[in-house]
Design a protein. Structure first.
Length: 217
């Protein structure tokens, strides 16, 4: 279900992106916006997912899986939920919406969108924006608080941490004109990438899907 395989975005995904009208209308919000100002609880995260409009059958199954997981795991906002937990991420676009910002993840060794753990914050867009700011070094990012994609994938085991699920809720964010990204300890490098350059990078289907949904491909 939306795992980290190496498939190209399907025609159905492309039609779904166009059908949502997402390319044409985005509601950009900065960290100071009222709806992003305060952290949320698990009930808010569940409400956000319940309201998510699935563009196809696969996304409907993902939404059902996320909701079932929340109902079965009251600690789903915390990384201490060792079976798996919710995460949030964002594909950051440049000011002209021509490129997306990817990070070479230090642990996974792949080029991915920015994001990470919620650490108890069920305001999913707020968490995604926080992580994107921390990982890019760009303070003035704005985010559309409506999720564009759900992706459940397995994270390999490592010392002190078993293999587990990441149930990732994905958004699109935007950088201001002239923004300078800087890598942090979470990544080996950051790179602004066009859709045509994705083939050069070690990435996965879910990232290519995000480029389609954000209108970059």
């Amino acid at each position: 279900m939306g795992g980290r395989d190496e498939l190209e975005p399907t025609a159905e995904t492309r039609r779904g992106a166009e059908g949502t009208g997402y390319r044409a209308a985005r509601r950009w919000r900065t960290a100071e916006a009222r709806e992003l100002a305060e952290p949320g609880d698990l009930a808010l995260a569940r409400a956000t997912l319940a309201a998510y409009v699935a563009r196809d059958a696969e996304q409907a199954r993902a939404r059902a899986f996320f909701l079932e997981w929340i109902d079965a795991h009251p600690d789903a906002l915390l990384r201490t939920c060792l079976d798996g937990h919710l995460t949030a991420s964002a594909l950051v676009l440049d000011a002209r919406a021509e490129r997306g910002l990817l990070t070479l993840h230090a642990k996974l060794g792949r080029w991915l969108q920015l994001g990470g753990h919620l650490d108890g914050d069920g305001n999913l867009a707020r968490s995604a924006l926080r992580e994107a700011i921390e990982e890019s070094g760009i303070e003035a990012l704005a985010i559309d608080p409506t999720p564009v994609d759900l992706d459940a994938h397995r994270i390999p085991a490592r010392p002190g941490e078993p293999e587990h699920w990441h149930l990732d809720v994905r958004f699109v964010a935007r950088a201001p004109e002239g923004a300078l990204a800087r890598a942090t300890a979470e990544s080996h490098a950051l790179r602004w990438v066009t859709a045509g350059e994705l083939a050069e990078l070690a990435t996965d289907d879910s990232v290519r899907r995000l480029f389609v949904l954000a209108g970059l491909a």
